[in-house]
Every structure is written in C-alpha cells, then in structure tokens.
Design a binder for this molecule. Sequence first.
Ligand SMILES: N[C@@H](CCC(=O)N[C@@H](CS)C(=O)NCC(=O)O)C(=O)O
Length: 204
Amino acid sequence: MPKVSVTYFNVKGLGEGIRMLLAYGGQEFEDVRVDKEQWPDLKPKTPFGQLPLLEIDGKQYAQCIAICRYLGRKYGLAGTTLEEDLLIDQNMDFFNDIRMKAVAANYEPDEKVKAAKLEDLKKNHFPFLFSKLDEIIKENNGFLAAGRLTWADFMFAGVYDALKMFTHIPDLDEKYPSFSKLRDTVRSLPKVKEFCESAPKTDF
Ligand SMILES: N[C@@H](CCC(=O)N[C@@H](CS)C(=O)NCC(=O)O)C(=O)O
C-alpha cells in the first residue's frame, strides 16, 4: 500500500471529504492536523500556500475538489459516462459557489459591511440557492448528483457544518432536512463511520 497522509487544520472543512474518501477506500493514512503555530513554517512548503494537502509516497497534491474527484475515480464513486461526470462536477461547483459566497461575507474585515453582506445573502441569494440545492438533492435520490453516492457527496458532507455556520441560519437543518440527511448518509457508511468515530471531535 502506498504511504498516504492528509494535512489540514483540526477541523472538518475542506479536508474532511478527503479523509472520508480515503477511509471509504480502505486506504490507511496519516491524519495530520496542524495548528496556527505550525502553519507559517509549512505554508511555503505546500503547492499553493494552502491546505488541505494530500501526500502519496512523498508526492504532494493540493486543491480539495480535484483530490476528491481523483479519489472518487479510484474508489468507483465517479460517473459512468462523461455526461454523468459533467453533472457531478456541475453540482459540486454549484455547491462550492454557495460555500464561497458565505465564506467571502464572513471574511469581510469591516463588521458593518460584513453584517450588510450577510443580510443581503440571507434575503436575496440564499433562499434561491438553498431551495435549488434542496431540489437537486431530492431529484437525485438524496445525493448531490447521478442519483447515487458519488465523491461529490463526500465533499458536501465534509463541508456542510462549516457552511451552516457561515450562513448564520441556525435553522438551516430544519428548513432543508435533505442537507443534514445527506451529510449523515455519508458519515454513516461503515468504514467512514469508523473513521468519524475515531477522529478528533470538532464542531465543523
Ligand atoms: N482552493 C483550495 C482552497 C484551500 C483553502 O482555502 N484553504 C484554507 C483553509 S480552508 C487555507 O489553507 N488557509 C490558510 C492560508 O491561506 O494561509 C482548495 O479547494 O483546496
């Protein structure tokens, strides 16, 4: 077996999909979690100055969606046609667009501007985006695409709790039960469950 490690911060966020996919594939890996103090030294040694980072036999790979897509292909969780792959990518990118909107507002340094941006998202953008996402998941038998489990669901499940926090919509789970259900479906897959139970506990 190759020597594999995943390096990320001690949260689920963008690293969790990769961790869960490796667990699903039965690949042993070192789950490296760096803290704020270690990060400045490591940053220049990563491909793009960011985490997560996947290492396979000493070779580094970055960009979480690309990594999840690669692991999905490896473990039989990709599309069966080019068009199915396109739909998986399409819905993954849509979900990521929502995430990026929420993240951008939260990283706004001016508190007043931040509050205004969040308000605008909640009023004018999230209702459309989340109902669309809900519709997509319902049309796909509870999954993000292809009507069955794919690698994109692992990204979704890893990021969902962080996204929820960034939206500041405390009843997101109640408004759209399909979201937390999909997260739980992935986290309940036998080998994934085992990983989640043994991993450090984090809120998001
Ligand atoms: N496009 C990258 C984004 C990675 C990213 O934003 N990583 C953040 C943590 S979630 C990071 O490394 N932040 C620390 C920094 O930029 O110094 C991916 O998908 O992997």
